[in-house]
Ligand binder design. Sequence first.
Ligand code: 6GU
Length: 235
Amino acid sequence: MAVSRWDATVLTLFPQMFPGPLASSLAGKSLNQGIWTLKTLDIRDFASDKHQTVDGTPFGGGGGMVLKADIVAAALAHVAEAPGPRIYLTPRGRLLDQQTVRDLAGQPGAVFLCGRYEGVDQRVIDEASMMEVSIGDYILSGGEPAAMIVIDSVVRLLPGVMGKERGHRDESFENGLLEHAQYTQPRVWHGIEAPAVLASGHHQKIAQWRLAEAERETQERRPDLWEQYLRAQQE
Ligand code: 6GU
């Protein structure tokens, strides 16, 4: 069977930021193995005037600059053959969650548009029916780190990137709970014992302890996730 590949295409004013952290660890190793590919395009290359203008002042005022629709449209047209959804990284977007990450990992790739300044002219976003994605309720100076985060979260789900073990462990988080705490040697550190059940070798008891801990900690730390979890259990 042909092994499918995941192709990331990034449109950015700062192509030198890539691969950045994606060159290390799991992402870097799998990139070198050809499990996924990364292509970056400099949005500035699609400027047509002699000053290479890519932005303009916002209609209505307010300061900052807005990426021009025709520049972004030209960049998107250039990568028309690149596979997958077109994603605009913006704090106005839908919050990234693990379900979205799984959906993206099931596609042949994705094209990421990184905004800078005050954003991108909305008309090109709407005309291209781009998915708008945010990584959290805070403001970054640009979409590049957000694109890296989305790519990292997708890449670790691609076949062959992680061992089976880790994949299975994730399934416990896939049910919407935070993961239980982890411990390693020594059994007693600074006078504090690791939970005895974990060293018992009793797999069923360990699994029970881990689920109970995951539930307790989710309830305590993330009441929002806990509510969702309870609702999902009722279905
Ligand atoms: Cl995707 N972009 C920017 N600039 N800031 C953000 C973000 C994205 N997600 C959260 N904050």
